[in-house]
Design a protein around this ligand. Sequence first.
Ligand code: 5MM
Length: 344
Amino acid sequence: MDLAELNRVATAMVAPGKGLLAADESGGTIAKRFAAIDVESTETNRRDYRELLFRSTKAMHDHISGVILFDETIRQKAVDGTPLVKIIEQAGAIPGIKVDKGAKSLAFCPGETITEGLDGLRERLAEYRELGARFCKWRAVINIGSGIPTYDSISSNAHALARYAALCQEQGLVPIVEPEVLMDGDHTIDRCDEVTELVLKTVFQALFTARVKLEGMVLKPNMIVPGAKCATQASDEDIAEKTIRVLKDCVPSAVPGIAFLSGGQADVEATARLDAMNKIGGFPWHLTFSYGRALQHAPQVAWSGKPENVAAAEAAFSHRAEMNGLATLGKWTPDMESTIAQRS
Ligand code: 5MM
């Protein structure tokens, strides 16, 4: 393991003004996203859609530091035969890969999951490195509800994340460590705060035990938000302040950067909250985005599976990427949503 190289890649992933595109939807998830825009989830349609994103020169070159791919995509070629990984590299972005095999029911813990995929992981990582990946992602899912999360779910998922992260570093790949506390449900922002703090502390304890080098990883957490069905919602400033407080309490300063997931927040909300955190400042890590839905919803709707809509979809993607790039610098304002869109 070359720690200096891992740190170089991790630092590039969270470079100021840039962030990550999470395009690693598994088969079921991409089918759901395509169904919403009335597009059939065939291998060709998935390729055409993702090629469109990766060829969006302005977004990719100026605002996207890296792309998280799914197994199918890292092996796919564009219409002209160029591997999609090459297109990402030519845009100056780093290819990455989701390596978990999904969240499965956790025995004796109804309503909770454990993320699987450790068996054979060392060999799969070596292959992904050959295919061009320089970083990986593993997502653990923590549910809030009546009597949950249990400590079994938190500690089992933390343990799996740590074993995954250690294997990645051993193979020369930067691990994105993603413990996602879901925003599904009617819980308050304080409950999300309390659960996220326990989850992050447990994850960092497990990473320490597994001898993971913090300088060579990126954390991908949720923001501290109320449940989507909670009667009392919170301001962007409140969310930003609470999220920074929890992160300062839990995340050592050796971690180069934190790239948030959007988790079901509306796209402009996810931008506004990232911007609010960066306006507060005063923390040791770079705070950026690793958004799936919040970057892709607009281009998906604009594209809707029609070749004649490719330019509009590229423009929609570039706009969201630019808005989030500005948010990583604390330089976004709501009026830019319309003024910059018109300019483009
Ligand atoms: C892109 O979405 C990923 C999808 O994963 P599955 O198909 O395995 O469920 C997901 O892991 C994603 O990377 C993160 O949750 C961030 O995406 P959002 O949409 O929450 O920003």
